[in-house]
Unconditional design. Structure first.
Length: 233
């Protein structure tokens, strides 16, 4: 199913996307080309005209293999890059910054930075590059505490909304306003990130997700009780 495919790489023109897609196809990796402006899937052997940016979506289990394919794809182009390209004028320190932040830069710039440093006689090992990636992945997996204000507001609204509707004699409010705490709870509970390696993880710590679950349940229970109250009025 198309839902199994997630964004792996974006390209700024269709030719580059198709070239890389051909490499994936040669390595038996299934993919979809996606116009992310219009969210239209372009199936494997059916290249229609699409607008940029073009994303290459693949299955999560293929990320490691596709990563190797992408690296080989760009490494084959490095020696043909015009020497007027801006990275050739970067300082050693600027190039090292790129290597230390591998997921903040395009793959071509990342590999080219390593290539230029090697040309300048500065040692750049595969092990050091891998270690930088692992350290960045650890940083990206750090949990982000949910807003205490949002959690408090979620609890408060879940409880008070029906009473507000009854007090002001506005029955409709009792069914409309609960949407806010419900959406807040769902957002905290289900909010996830996709890492550069394709792994997904919940953004918020478990204690905040428990609060979110409580808000959702409390909201639903009180809304049902309010529905019963309205029915018997």
């Amino acid at each position: 199913m198309s839902n199994d495919f997630i964004l792996f790489q974006q390209f700024t023109d269709i030719e580059a996307a198709e070239d890389f897609a051909a490499e994936l196809r040669n390595n038996n990796i299934e993919y979809h080309l996606v116009d992310h402006d219009n969210d239209i899937n372009v199936k494997v052997y059916n290249y229609n005209t699409i607008q940029i940016p073009i994303g290459v979506n693949i299955r999560q289990q293929d990320f490691a293999k596709a990563d190797e394919v992408l690296t080989r794809y760009y490494e084959a182009q490095i020696n043909n890059i015009d020497r007027s390209y801006y990275l050739f004028f970067a300082t050693d320190q600027e190039l090292k910054v790129i290597l230390n932040n591998p997921f903040d830069w395009g793959r071509l710039d990342y590999l080219l930075a390593a290539h230029i440093l090697k040309e300048r006689g500065i040692a750049v090992t595969h092990e050091a590059m891998q270690q930088a990636k692992e350290e960045k992945l650890k940083e990206l997996t750090q949990k982000e505490p949910a807003s205490e204000w949002v959690i408090a507001a979620g609890y408060t609204l879940a409880v008070l909304v029906p009473f507000i509707a009854i007090y002001f004699n506005k029955p409709g409010l009792g069914f409309i306003l609960p949407v806010a705490p419900l959406m807040a709870g769902l957002s905290i509970y289900y909010n996830r990130k996709i890492l550069p390696n394709g792994e997904r993880f919940y953004v918020h710590p478990e204690k905040d997700r428990k609060h979110a679950k409580n808000i959702i349940l409390l909201n639903l229970i009180i809304t049902v009780l309010y529905l019963v109250y309205c029915f018997y009025q």
